[in-house]
Design a protein around this ligand. Structure first.
Ligand SMILES: [Zn+2]
Length: 346
């Protein structure tokens, strides 16, 4: 049994340990925590990480609910609850990471610097010693968009794990130090984005997916898949220049470099054809936007074009993770896109 100064450990926790609600449980957690539950088949282990982002609670809510029910899982379960420190900052579940800290889900690679690096390294050590047959990492999306999965590979095992939760799989060659890159250790690993952190549907999806994950004897063959998986390969990221201004309005005021309609999130995962306007561009034109494929900056005009102040797709695209949060639009990314077929644009 491994031990760490960085992590706490709970083995087969009782309802008394867990508290009546996820909030009570969070208040009792003092560090990122490893939860182990013994299964019927003790020769195998499955792993699940969650709360790597402190403001994405669906996975923790699902885990708390399932642990309270005191079921015996099909195999041994190893749960890694990552972002306990940011999640505890009042109001609870509002901080993605500590104010001066790093994004934990960018720290699963050497050199493991700082507090988050040490947590990531300790979590990887738990995984290496438990040797799970697969790993899930359960998140929420930033907006209210639908659920999807993200992986770095697209074989039957990754699709089967995806199908426990959702029918959309984004496959990326981008490497950022995310936990899903554990796939490179020959352990099928899938990131699950359950939908918005305030969305009861997302909490329910996380719970139902977790129940399937812990109860089935086999979660890695496609024969048991719930539904066909729609694979989107190597999306480009469309980013907004840091100095650019964005507004979400039904009509442009003339003051912003980019104006998007407030209901733009409804476009998530739908196909947008070249004759459908996406929004309005200001005097600076498309120079305020950048299209980045998995390792290079590309020509924006191949993704979006401007006609009479409005922006249109240059070809039929499928866009997703469209945000209506101007902070995320500026600090992270405006949206991702692939061709309507699911193939990469570049
Ligand atoms: Zn996240």
């Amino acid at each position: 049994m491994s031990h760490s100064k960085v992590l706490d450990y709970l083995n087969d926790p009782s309802p008394r340990t867990l508290g009546r609600s996820p909030i009570e449980w969070l208040d009792r957690l003092h560090k990122p925590t490893v939860v182990r539950v013994a299964g019927r088949d003790r020769s195998r282990t499955r792993a699940m990480a969650t709360l790597l982002h402190g403001n994405e609670p669906s996975g923790l809510f699902a885990l708390h609910r399932w642990l309270l029910e005191q079921h015996t899982p099909a195999v041994n379960m190893l749960f890694l609850v990552g972002g306990v420190y940011p999640a505890k900052i009042p109001p609870r579940f509002s901080m993605r990471q500590l104010p001066e800290g790093r994004d934990l889900n960018r720290c699963f690679k050497e050199p493991f610097e700082g507090e988050e690096g040490a947590i990531a390294e300790a979590m990887l050590a738990e995984l290496h010693s438990a040797k799970p047959e697969c790993l899930l990492d359960v998140h929420n999306t930033s907006g209210t968009g639908p659920s999807f999965a993200v992986t770095i590979s697209n074989d039957a095992a990754h699709q089967a794990l995806t199908s426990l939760f959702t029918d959309r799989l984004i496959m990326t060659d981008l490497r950022l130090g995310a936990l899903m890159e554990f796939s490179e250790q020959e352990v099928p690993t899938v990131t699950i984005e359950c939908g918005g952190s305030q969305d009861d549907h997302a909490h329910q999806l996380a719970y139902e997916g977790l129940v399937r994950y812990v109860s089935r004897p086999d979660v890695l063959s496609l024969e048991q898949a719930e539904w066909d998986i729609n694979v989107l390969r190597n999306p480009i990221r469309v980013e907004l220049a840091p100095e650019a201004t964005i507004e979400y309005r039904l009509e442009p005021t003339g003051h912003a470099d980019l104006t998007l309609p407030p209901d733009i999130e409804h476009r998530n995962f739908g196909i947008v054809s070249p004759d459908e306007p996406l929004g309005w561009i200001g005097n600076k034109g498309l120079s305020i936007l950048t299209a980045i494929s998995h390792n290079r900056t590309e020509n924006m005009e191949q993704v979006l074009i401007v006609k009479e102040g409005q922006i249109y797709p240059a070809q039929a695209i499928k866009a997703f993770m469209i945000t209506t949060n101007p902070v995320i639009a500026k600090s992270d990314c405006l949206f991702y896109a692939v061709k309507a077929t699911g193939e990469p644009i570049f």
